[in-house]
Design a protein around this ligand. Structure first.
Ligand SMILES: [Mg+2]
Length: 322
């Protein structure tokens, strides 16, 4: 993925990127299949929580995670939350009992789709280990990495805004199926800056990025998020992936794309995309060489049609000349 075809914003002139300096990407349903989170990340927690707590029970970090989980379980109990599993205070002899309660509590919370701090923190630590040990890789749609790469080469600023924590976002992009992409990303935002469906969040993000709102393009699969971004002055694009069920409203009010590749709409960019996707730039370079040679021979208008006449060395070219 060399910068051989590097072009400036002006040279590229793709309409969707006109006037744009920064892009913000949602993750779930936009860069990454929703199924990755649902069918891989979450099941990983349920399948491994018991062994994770057992192996790390004496570690300071795990002890803190358990303590936070215990505090929340007590508060839930006091608040009369139904079904909560209270975690007992640790003694010298009740390790198995504490772990059993933690496992039950975590599974119960996940089944209820609760998003408490204790659960999120513990999940984050477990995913960190899973990514680091190669048990999990961040899944990206196949068009994502090549397009991000190209955008970075063209000096666009690239950000992520997702409801997953910044730490888990970084893990996903550092350990993606297309390698480590964190170096081409300029920043990460999560819901600590605000909800993804409130325009205030996008105003804050705009301030942090430091360009005009109108120079930011936000890509998401969620209409409510697109609406909030638009209200803050950003431009929003809806990404419609195969597995998504896009409401009618989306098509009426927003430009909908199926692939990041549609950000570039001129032929040169198509070529560039192909080159980055296939990793095969041989053909591309050959074409360049041919052009150079023929130019040297004093040929003129027929350069592009000349592709198939290379062997003919000019004989036919004469005839083609007007
Ligand atoms: Mg999404």
């Amino acid at each position: 993925m060399g910068p051989q075809q590097k072009r400036s914003h002006d040279e590229a002139e793709p309409s969707l990127l006109e006037g744009i300096k920064a892009l913000i990407f949602d993750i779930e349903g936009t860069t990454t299949p929703v199924s990755f989170v649902k069918n891989e990340l979450f099941p990983y927690i349920k399948e491994n929580i018991e062994s994770y707590l057992t192996n790390g029970y004496e570690d300071e970090e795990t002890a803190k995670d358990v303590a936070l989980l215990r505090d929340e379980s007590k508060k839930d109990k006091e608040a009369g939350v139904k079904g909560v599993v209270v975690i007992p205070v640790a003694t010298d002899s009740n390790k198995a009992e504490v772990i059993e309660a933690c496992v039950a509590n975590v599974k119960w919370q996940m089944d209820q789709d609760r998003k408490g701090t204790a659960l999120k923190q513990l999940q984050g630590h477990m995913w960190r280990e899973a990514y680091n040990e190669g048990k999990v890789m961040g899944e990206l749609y196949e068009d994502v990495a090549p397009v991000l790469q190209q955008l970075a080469e063209e000096d666009f600023l690239l950000y992520i805004y997702s409801s997953g924590s910044v730490e888990s976002q970084k893990l996903l992009f550092a350990n993606s199926t297309d390698g480590d992409l964190t170096e081409i990303l300029n920043g990460f935002f999560d819901t600590t800056i605000g909800s993804k469906t409130e325009s205030e969040s996008y105003k804050k993000i705009t301030e942090e990025i430091g360009v005009e709102a109108s120079e930011i393009l936000f890509l998401t699969d969620n209409v409510e998020e697109a609406k909030a971004a638009t209200q803050a002055g950003l431009t929003a694009l809806i990404v419609d992936r195969e597995e998504n069920d896009l409401p009618e409203e989306a098509r009426k009010n927003y430009r909908v794309i199926n692939s990041f590749n549609e950000l570039f709409d001129d032929e040169e960019d198509e070529e560039e995309y192909k080159r980055l996707t296939t990793g095969d730039n041989g053909e591309f370079e050959e074409e360049e060489e041919d052009l150079g040679e023929e130019e040297g021979e004093g040929d003129d208008d027929d350069l592009e049609e000349g592709e198939e006449e290379d062997e003919g060395e000019g004989e036919e070219e004469e005839g083609d000349d007007e």
